[in-house]
Design a protein around this ligand. Structure first.
Ligand code: GLC
Length: 766
């Protein structure tokens, strides 16, 4: 083993016969808390170029390196790394505690079986077929005790991923999404996970876009591993004193979501498809008629002419622009779907322009590659090229000129109907050709980037993009939804850990299809689903063609009343959600949080799958079982105020809660101050000019008779639309309570950059 030190010693390389010929292992101190461990082969560029990390940080950490025959020791001010001769890497904290230990799998269950047994088990569906896994590199680490694993984007299963294995290969699989082993891959590849043990937290970000594998003690309970099938081994060890700090550090590398437009936090109604102007107008009228707030209606593929992107079907939607004007009177915006597949049809402008400029992916022989998607015979833009991304982004003008306010990117794994795209399809990039094998997992990410930049340029507003497929870092460009769930109770349950893990993976603005996309919703399911998701950042009801309708009024009066009640509850707390978005721009912390993120040392919450926190002040424990109206709820320590009854409950214990169909258990943490809107019909600016601050003291007996500790809350306000906030056009308010100061809350404007201040701010003590 040889090593070479560059000066300053923020980096060193190791040569070892365990590595493939011509490769070295380079270790960089990105900061004293973030260590990059990566192989470099031959002369391949070493500038750190990455699809996820756009502005590679300098190396601000520094190593103190000593070397012995058996090992190299490199210490930053926070961490000490020991690399052994066999390239096992152990990492210690400042106090000398072993944080992460390199290991070899030694107890692989499959290794104890004969070939015949394995093949039988695979055939019977009892074992996943892993014969195609040819690891180029694999890293194995010891499971040292009570580790839990969080993150990995949208994967199925539970909050804690221990005992399962996963694949990163963006996949559109229409079967019901269930936990392993059937569903190891879904639409997104976010190869970042957080490891938590008692008193120890760190994250690993495997920045490799090829198909990759993650095994969290599944094949060997004594270790976890991650491996790649191509490219370089390139991972970041991200240390943090708690989960929040790990997420902050991870998003300092891969980026954070910019503030959304305020209206995007409202209720969205979708269906595949609202297929004519008349239908959309009736839909909007129904929201008014039934007194349900709504800010967006989504147009699925049938608004297009023969599914040709950036066109409209003039028989169904003859004048999108006037439709959007008509809807805007009711505060409703239009969002339209765009798929990547371009219909292969001579004379269709997108196809002709793309062909003329060589913008489409090709086979190895240089001929444009065809497959089939909704429009039939289709070709695929090479979003790997900045020219293609610009071209695509410019085309969004067709939509924005027609009054469309947001773009929903779908089928961008990319999905294809005539079998998967072969590995060797070529996607030309800037000065480099990429194979499908290499860029499959970033195709959706690059499409989102193109869409975001196009929308930004055309409108100067904060772009609203939703995507189905993405990669680490996509949060800079887009919100996400979890794809084609079904109207089944299992999927309502799945939504909670899925969204929580997505948030812990750096993607805060996310949601699921409320009511379920495929199969038929029932009144009870839609009611519970609307309750459960009423704080989800993306709040959209969407369903598939041929399924039972599931708009709030589609069933009976009771279901309608429940949907209205919870959609209104959502609107009430939008100022709080928007504050959490603001906090996210500064910290990367998600809006919805698992209890373990706020109560890390409470063993009860390590794998809490059926409750979530909104920021740190609201706890939601929805009913997600059919026919159930009583559930047990764990309340962490502290005083919790039952939002439904006003009762104050001491936490640190389980309670049994009566939740008939119209009740979603919601609790406010004692001592919280929360900004709210009075009942408003939508998020049009004039409706958002009044703010009501609610204060939930620890103890409340009667008006004027309450006690609490001193506390404060910072509230953010801006125009909710454009980027002026980035140059200071925003207000910050401090709402504070002090037991020594009689007269309730003090309201102070602390930063005064935005002129459109509230017309009124009032306070209530709850
Ligand atoms: C895909 C999407 C779904 C959409 C449908 C038709 O299945 O995931 O949301 O409605 O395509 O566009």
């Amino acid at each position: 083993m040889k090593h070479r030190i560059k000066h300053p010693a923020s980096s060193f390389t190791i040569q070892n016969d365990k590595l493939p010929a011509g490769s070295v292992l380079q270790i960089d101190a990105i900061t004293d808390n973030i260590i990059r461990i990566h192989t470099i082969t031959g002369t391949q560029n070493t500038d750190g170029s990455s699809f996820a990390i756009e502005n590679p940080p300098g190396l601000s950490g520094s190593f103190d390196i000593s070397s012995h025959k058996q090992a190299i020791t490199a210490a930053t001010s926070c961490l000490t790394l020991k690399a052994s001769k066999s390239l096992q890497i152990d990492i210690y904290d400042k106090k000398g505690n072993l944080v992460c230990a390199g290991a070899r799998a030694n107890n692989n269950v499959a290794a104890q079986l004969s070939k015949e047994e394995i093949s039988q088990l695979i055939q019977e569906g009892h074992m996943a077929d892993t014969s195609d896994i040819q690891f180029k590199y694999k890293a194995t680490k010891k499971i040292m005790g009570d580790e839990s694993f969080y993150g990995l984007g949208d994967k199925t299963g539970f909050l804690d991923k221990k005992g399962y294995d996963y694949i990163m290969w963006n996949s559109d699989n229409p079967d019901p999404h269930v936990e392993n082993p059937a569903f190891r891959a879904l639409y997104k590849s976010v190869p970042f996970f957080i490891v938590r043990r008692q008193n120890c937290t760190y994250g690993i970000f495997l920045d490799n876009t090829y198909k990759s594998y993650f095994d969290f003690g599944c094949s060997d309970a004594g270790c976890y591993s991650f491996g790649v099938t191509g490219g370089e081994l390139d991972y970041y060890f991200i240390y943090g004193k708690n989960i929040k700090e790990v997420i902050k550090n991870y998003t300092s590398l891969t980026g954070r979501s910019p503030l959304p437009q305020l209206w995007t936090l409202g209720y969205h109604q979708s269906r595949w498809s609202y297929s004519s102007e008349d239908e959309v107008i009736k839909l909007a009228d129904n929201f008014k008629k039934y007194d349900i707030p709504c800010d967006a209606v989504h147009l699925d593929i049938d608004y297009m002419d023969q599914f040709k992107v950036f066109t409209n079907d003039s028989s169904r939607f003859p004048d999108l622009k006037s439709l959007s004007r008509r809807l805007s009177k009711d505060g409703i915006k239009l969002v339209s779907i765009i798929d990547p597949g371009v219909k292969a049809e001579d004379g269709y402008y997108m196809y002709d322009e793309g062909n003329k400029n060589n913008y489409f992916a090709t086979s190895e022989d240089g001929k444009v590659y065809h497959n089939a998607v909704w429009p039939g015979d289709s070709v695929f833009p090479a979003f790997t090229s900045s020219k293609v991304r610009k071209w695509w982004g410019d085309k969004t003008k067709f939509l924005t000129d027609n009054g469309i306010s947001g773009i929903w990117n779908d089928m961008n794994e990319p999905a294809s109907f005539n079998g998967p795209l072969p590995d060797n399809i070529i996607f030309p990039g800037d000065g480099k050709d990429y194979t499908h094998k290499e860029i499959h997992n970033v195709y959706g990410h690059l499409m989102a980037e193109a869409t975001y930049n196009g929308l930004k340029e055309n409108t100067q507003k904060r772009p609203f993009v939703i995507t189905r497929a993405c990669y680490s870092g996509s949060q800079k460009y887009t919100t996400v939804w979890m794809g084609d769930n079904q109207s089944i109770w299992t999927h309502l349950k799945l939504a909670i850990p899925q969204i929580l893990n997505c948030g812990m993976s750096g993607i805060p603005f996310c949601g699921v299809d409320i009511g379920g996309f495929g199969s038929n919703a029932t009144p009870e399911l839609l009611s519970r689903w609307t309750e459960a998701c009423c704080f989800f950042p993306l709040f959209r009801n969407h369903s598939a063609k041929m399924t039972r309708r599931q708009e709030p009024w589609a069933f009976d009066k009771r279901t309608l009343d429940i949907c209205r009640k919870y959609i209104k509850l959502r609107y009430k707390f939008i100022p709080y959600l928007y504050d959490l978005c603001y906090e996210e721009t500064l910290t990367g912390l998600p809006i919805l949080r698992p209890l373990v993120m706020e109560y890390e040392n409470d063993p009860e919450v390590i794998n809490c799958n059926d409750e979530y926190l909104v920021g740190n002040s609201i706890l939601v424990a929805p009913v997600t079982d059919q026919g159930v109206s009583v559930r047990s709820i764990y309340l962490p320590h502290g005083i919790w105020i039952d939002y439904n009854s006003g009762r104050r409950i001491k936490g640190g214990r389980y309670i049994l809660y009566n939740a008939p169909l119209d009740i979603c258990p919601v609790f406010i943490k004692g001592g919280s101050i929360l900004p709210t809107y009075p009942g408003i019909p939508n998020l049009d600016m004039p409706n958002t000019r009044k703010l009501v601050i609610e204060f939930y003291p620890l103890d409340y007996k009667a008006p004027g008779n309450y006690t609490s500790k001193a506390c404060y809350y910072m509230h953010y306000q801006d125009n909710g639309t454009d980027f002026n906030y980035q140059t200071g056009e925003y207000n910050l308010y401090k709402f504070s309570f002090s037991p020594d100061r009689p007269g309730g809350l003090e309201i102070k404007l602390t930063t005064n950059g935005y002129k459109g201040k509230y017309k009124s701010i009032s306070a209530v003590i709850k």
